[in-house]
Design a protein around this ligand. Structure first.
Ligand code: SAH
Length: 350
């Protein structure tokens, strides 16, 4: 039995499924799910993320959060949280970089939100003591300094194609060869009324319903108790077009080909996150600009002085990958949530 067999069986019995259900099963199925069963990161894995490219990423996120903590009066007890911490690399770099910020480590309590048992074990090896949560709902009521890198892109989406004043949902069904895409009947979609003004016949929009309560909850904690959230992901303001993709061994594959064996993602609609938060939110800033403002080039030069030639070459490549507009610098964006009246964290603008 594979996940593909199970999904085919399910579709035979109950009919085509939404992309939302398909993605959720592929990523988080307890037995066969992609994240539920493996550590997918790094050169040997399926994809590589910013913290795995260079220690500078987590260090600079750490300095931005620590500065925001000081700007908000250095509360003496706060939650430092990450959602979807992967291998724990970003948090390890963040903790090391903030060791010399007076009072920061004494005041912090580490909380990690992670759905995958396999990755929780890995995070525990790297980070030691922390409190793990299945969802952000159980985070304590305290000032919250939070980071999410490539978390929201892993949440399931639905896709809709415009037909007149209504929308047809893209579904996963069956044909002679196995899993295949189909379209549901045209229906009005209350969640997409405001998209009738900026789309035309045949356009596709994506909707990540799961992101809304999460962004709302994070923003509500920050509005009530203080703090900052830094959300980094690929995507843009307002979704348009098909961004659903599957990666396996660093190559793009057909998302229906091997359910549970490839990473599935979709671009993040930052407008949706910002509309959901009751806190203030910053401008959406390209990752390259964000990292340059935080001083990545000076940091890179300092690290370079300690390096052998081979390391140095990798280090220069890493700096370029994180910041260059043709690499991750422009595709990836950063948005911050912060309380009304507070200074936005360094790297982003109000
Ligand atoms: N931030 C890390 C990992 C990104 S991959 C990095 O930059 O390297 C996405 C992470 O989110 C993984 O740790 C995955 O297990 C976790 N994740 C995905 N969906 C989740 C959900 N619904 N709830 C909690 N964690 C989730």
């Amino acid at each position: 039995m594979t996940l593909k067999d199970a999904l085919i069986e399910r579709i035979r019995t109950v009919g085509p499924m939404s992309l939302n259900d398909y993605m959720a099963e592929c990523l988080m199925h307890p037995q066969f799910g992609y994240y539920a069963t493996r550590d997918p990161f790094g050169e040997d894995g399926d994809f590589i993320t910013a913290p795995e490219i260079s220690q500078m990423f987590g260090e600079l996120i750490g300095l931005s959060l620590a500065q925001a903590w000081m700007d908000q009066g250095a509360p003496d007890s706060f939650v430092l949280a990450e959602i979807g911490p992967g291998r724990g690399t970003l948090m390890a770099d963040l903790l090391r970089a903030t060791r010399r910020v007076p009072g920061f480590h004494e005041a912090l309590d580490l909380h990690l939100v992670e759905a995958s048992p396999a990755l929780r074990r890995k995070q525990q090896e790297v980070l030691g003591d922390a409190t793990w949560h299945d969802s952000i709902e159980s985070l304590p009521e305290k000032p919250l300094f939070l980071v999410a890198n490539e978390f929201f892109d892993a949440l399931p989406i639905r896709q809709f194609i415009r037909e007149g004043q209504a929308w047809c949902e893209r579904l996963v069904g069956l044909d002679e060869t196995g899993l295949s895409y189909g379209l549901g009947a045209a229906m009005e979609q209350p969640a997409l009324v405001d998209r009738l003004t900026d789309t035309k016949e045949g356009d596709m929009v994506e909707l990540c319903a799961a992101a809304v309560p999460i962004a709302h909850h994070i923003g509500a904690l920050i509005a009530r108790n203080g703090g900052v959230a830094l959300i980094v992901d690929y995507g843009d303001w307002r979704s348009l077009g098909d961004t659903f993709q599957a990666l396996s061994s660093h190559a793009e594959v057909d998302p229906l080909d091997a359910p549970g064996l490839a990473d599935l993602t979709a671009h993040v609609d930052f407008e949706l996150l910002c509309a959901a938060t009751p806190s203030q939110f910053s401008r959406v800033t390209p990752q390259g600009v964000f990292l340059e403002r935080l001083g990545i080039t000076q940091r890179a030069q300092t690290l370079a002085k300690l390096m052998e030639p081979v390391q140095l070459e990798q280090h220069i490549t890493a700096h370029r990958r994180l910041t260059h507009p043709e690499e991750m610098g422009n595709l990836f964006k950063v948005v911050a949530f912060y309380p009304e009246g507070a200074t936005p964290p360094p790297g982003v603008e109000a």
